[in-house]
Design a protein around this ligand. Structure first.
Ligand code: X8Z
Ligand code: ZN
Length: 604
């Protein structure tokens, strides 16, 4: 009798301790509010660091990041209490998103966490302060912003190799810090119950890691034939121009000849690849310079496009608080970015606009982020994010695909539409940016996932990097490299710790979004000529997807706009179909692809 009542008492108190759904809900509301506030403080500190780099702002940023990570970690731990509960789907999703919310998980130990946030802020700072001083440190020095501009026009391979090596030297001093960063962040990931930091990143796609890998592989296979043709064609043109400096027995292309520091987009060397009889392409950069367009006016072109779709004008504070041009008096991170400081109306851009067409496109890209922010700001804080991060990167690009000659004529930037023969050359130029990027977009995080998983050790960082660049991109280092170099450090997103697979996904999604908006706009005809400017129907469909934020698994968001629920590269293939036919014709007799060299670090 006594035993029974004891047991009963035990059962009752256990039931009393088991948390309820109401408690889970209350916990989540509290967590959301607290993290929202800390997130805003941290955003402000990061903004100040990146627009005003010095030791103090670096420290302040590290401090605020530290606070945010500390509280997020503690709340994730606390949230485990509710693990076995059967929660309503929206609440369950919030718990999941909380677990995945740290791109840089940190150890739950104040000292180690502080070390990690310091290392991370110093890596970001090193990139922003990075300079190449051709005549030595006392002479004129160039940051990446200047160097990128120079690479667009310089056509002397020796000079290009110098610039390339000069910039890549900024990576070497980051190597040890990067190794420590990976080690500490992994420890944090393991404490949260994940294998490593890469595993957290890959968990953000509403599918299992195996399904995610399979999806990436499937998409890559859809577009790889296009890349191989473009690679072979561009290689032939580079060899015609540069001879020995562009020639390797294995068929790889030296990475400094593509008009871009990372050979990630090749549109800047379109002049070397243009078909002989092609009409001279219009140069938006020239047009904007001749008109003396200000940075603000360049952004207004983008704003007007979104307004034409039915979106609101940008808030006044956007213009007051954004950084649109490079300040003359201090170091800043020029790499373009869009900011959602308070996840409400305080949205901003940070970029260093020059009068080039690349920037015209980049502005549309960044405004895609801004209009996404503004569209989901009314949702609960947990859901104020993109359906997945690839969606976020794809919105502005999908809009920018509508910057056709027809559109430019409509808004008065060009006087007459180029003749029909100009279509194919324009498609080639676009492909040199969009298609060329695909393997690069894929390999950056393949490298990082291998680093985080421990498959690639610090002693092999650079080898593994070049192995992937050779395997996927078919490009080789222009000068000999070694493990004393750390070439990944010369690409912003590595020291900046921004996951990158989003950009690969975005290249694919953007054509899918674009095709669906073209259809909504009632467009019929070859896909590459469509502009959905001024279509309120296309805009309404887009808004339906954007307003969902992260509240639903991404296939549902995709469905809300396109009616499709799978990522699909067929729109991209359709867009470039005429070009593919032409490239195949041009490449007759050419060997497609390349062989992998025995030593990935050798320049010949
Ligand atoms: O980093 C960016 C954006 C940031 S919002 C400008 N992009 C990647 C890069 O520059 O490497 C856009 C394309 C790929
Ligand atoms: Zn972006």
């Amino acid at each position: 009798m006594r035993l029974l009542s004891l047991l009963l008492l035990f059962a009752v108190s256990a039931a009393a301790q088991k948390p309820t759904i109401a408690q889970a809900e209350a916990f989540m509301t509290r967590a959301e509010n607290e993290l929202l506030k800390l997130g805003i403080d941290s955003q402000r500190a990061t903004w100040v660091q990146e627009t005003y780099i010095n030791d103090d702002t670096e420290k302040l940023n590290a401090l605020l990041t530290d606070q945010l990570i500390a509280r997020t970690t503690a709340l994730v731990m606390e949230s485990k209490k509710y693990d076995g509960l059967k929660l309503p789907p929206a609440l369950a999703r919030k718990f999941l998103l909380l677990k995945l919310s740290l791109p840089m998980p940190a150890p739950n130990n104040a000292k180690l966490r502080e070390e990690l946030t310091q290392v991370a802020a110093s890596l970001d700072g090193s990139y922003g302060k990075g300079k190449y001083c051709p005549g030595g440190p006392k002479e004129k020095c160039y940051g990446i912003d200047d160097l990128e501009e120079q690479m667009v026009t310089i056509r002397d391979p020796q000079k290009l190799a110098e610039l390339w090596a000069g910039w890549h030297a900024i990576g070497a001093p980051m190597k040890d810090r990067y190794a420590r960063f990976a080690e500490l962040s992994n420890q944090g990931a393991r404490e949260l119950g994940f294998k490593d930091t890469g595993a957290i990143w890959r968990a953000g796609y509403d599918m299992t890691p195996e399904e995610f890998s399979a999806d990436l592989e499937r998409l890559w296979k859809q577009v790889e034939p296009l890349y191989k043709e473009l690679h072979a064609y561009t290689r032939k043109k580079l060899i015609q121009k540069y001879g020995a400096a562009a020639t390797r027995k294995d068929g790889l292309i030296p990475a400094h000849l593509m008009g871009n520091m990372w050979a990630q987009e090749w549109g800047n060397i379109y002049d070397l690849a243009a078909p002989p009889a092609a009409p001279q392409p219009f140069d938006l950069g020239d047009i904007l310079t001749k008109r003396k367009a200000t940075a603000r006016q360049v952004v207004e072109f983008g704003e007007n496009f979104f307004v034409s779709l039915g979106f609101p004008k940008l808030p006044e504070t956007f213009w007051q608080r954004s950084m649109l041009s490079k300040p003359a008096d201090r170091d800043v991170v020029c790499h373009a970015s869009a900011w959602d400081i308070d996840t409400d109306q305080d949205v901003r851009l940070k970029l260093c606009i020059h009068d080039t067409s690349d920037d015209f496109i980049t502005v549309h890209h960044e405004l895609g982020h801004v209009y996404y922010y503004l569209s989901y700001r009314k949702l609960d804080p947990s859901f104020r994010s993109g359906a997945n991060d690839g969606f976020h990167e794809a919105i502005g690009d999908a809009v920018a695909l509508s910057i056709t000659p027809g559109y430019l004529k409509k808004i008065g930037l060009i006087e007459k539409e180029p003749p029909a023969e100009a279509d194919l050359p324009l498609l080639l130029r676009t492909a040199m940016d969009k298609i060329a990027f695909l393997p690069f977009g894929l390999l950056i995080d393949k490298w990082r996932w291998e680093v985080f998983s421990g498959q690639t050790k610090p002693a092999d960082y650079n080898k593994a990097w070049w192995r992937l660049r050779e395997q996927y991109q078919g490009v080789a280092p222009p000068v000999d490299r070694s493990e004393a170099d750390f070439d990944p450090g010369a690409k912003y997103h590595i020291p900046g710790n921004t996951p990158y697979i989003r950009y690969f996904l975005a290249r694919i999604y953007q054509f899918q979004f674009y095709r669906s908006m073209c259809r909504a706009a009632g467009y019929q005809g070859p896909l590459n000529r469509c502009s959905f400017f001024d279509s309120k129907t296309a805009g309404a469909n887009l808004a339906k997807m954007l307003e969902l934020g992260q509240s639903k698994p991404w296939p549902e968001a995709l469905k809300a706009m396109t009616g499709e629920d799978k990522a699909d590269a067929s729109a991209m293939v359709e867009y470039f179909e005429p070009l593919l036919r032409w490239l195949k014709e041009q490449n007759k007799g050419e060997k497609l692809g390349w062989d992998l060299p025995a030593d990935p670090l050798k320049s010949r």
